[in-house]
Ligand binder design. Structure first.
Ligand code: NAD
Length: 259
């Protein structure tokens, strides 16, 4: 017998869909296939057409709206439109990151103040900024999931400024989980293995990360965005109702090895 869908009757928002390769889009697809009604967000005009087309390919109800997370003014404007369409939500996926290309090559020690602050503003602070606004839309509790990477815990060549950004993101997950837990809102991260996406293309020698993953991960292969999405949907669902403040690795076990 086929059971009920995991997100049947649930409403959710996925922040950070740039194209069909985006982990955010894989999450949107998995959520839609599990019965959720969705909003997907894109950064700005340049991505609007693509995002509307992607939304139309998903089963069920899904619309695309703009949401640039760089400033509070832009976020406030975006949330007016988001709330008008979906006053209450059950879950949200934060799949947003940015660092200047110059800071994703060479040595971390050369990171500029401007580059550091930009990466942490967009990749890290945006989770807290979005979580505060979302919490008001979750009167019956809810679930938030963000995307992290092992480079926040261990040194990965070329990941550079994104390392401290992900370390602070994972710490933010714990503080947000603590603050929002009494309201029945859970906050977790998924730490994904390397996947070829637009954001990944900016990282110097990314192919080497894929090769190391394939050679050394216990599962001896690279991850697909759909696998990361399935774990994300699990965390968003009732099945994960006892889990908050966690970082769930979806990396074929790569993080447990010291090979
Ligand atoms: P992606 O480029 O498809 O997604 C990144 C998203 O961030 C894009 O939609 C982009 O438009 C958005 N973004 C950038 N600046 C923004 C801004 N100012 N306002 C709003 N949105 C903005 O790449 P992805 O790999 O799917 O990345 C999604 C998340 O997954 C990121 O947090 C990334 O760090 C994380 N992640 C990726 C990998 C990987 O190997 N691809 C591994 C682990 C974690």
């Amino acid at each position: 017998m086929i059971g009920p869908m995991l997100l049947e009757g649930k409403k959710g928002i996925v922040f950070g869909v740039a194209n069909k390769r985006s982990i955010g889009f894989a999450c949107a697809r998995a959520a839609a296939e599990q019965g959720a009604q969705l909003i997907i967000t894109y950064q700005g005009d340049r991505l609007a057409d693509g995002a509307h087309k992607l939304a139309a390919t998903l089963p069920g109800e899904c619309i695309a709206l703009p949401c640039d997370v760089s400033t509070d003014a832009q976020l406030d404007e975006a949330f007016v439109a988001i709330r008008a369409h979906m006053p209450e939500v059950d879950f949200a996926v934060h799949s947003v990151a940015y660092a200047d290309r110059a800071d994703l090559d060479g040595d971390f020690v050369d990171t500029t103040r401007e580059g550091f602050l930009k990466a942490l503003n967009i990749s890290t602070y945006s989770l807290t900024a979005v979580a505060r606004r979302l919490a008001e839309m979750m009167p019956n509790g809810g679930s938030m999931v963000t995307m992290s990477y092992l480079g926040g815990v261990q040194v990965v060549p070329h990941y550079n400024v994104m390392g401290p950004a992900k370390a602070a993101l994972e710490s933010s997950v714990r503080y947000l989980a603590h603050d929002l837990g009494p309201r029945g809102i859970r906050v977790n991260a998924v730490s994904a293995g390397p996947i070829r996406t637009l954001a990944a293309a900016g990282i110097g020698d990314f192919s080497r990360m894929l090769e190391r993953q394939e050679a050394r991960a216990p599962l001896r292969r690279n991850m697909e965005a759909a696998e990361v999405a399935d774990a994300t949907i699990f965390l968003a669902s009732h099945l994960a109702r006892g889990i908050t403040g966690e970082v769930l690795y979806v990396d074929g076990g790569f993080n447990i090895t010291a090979l």
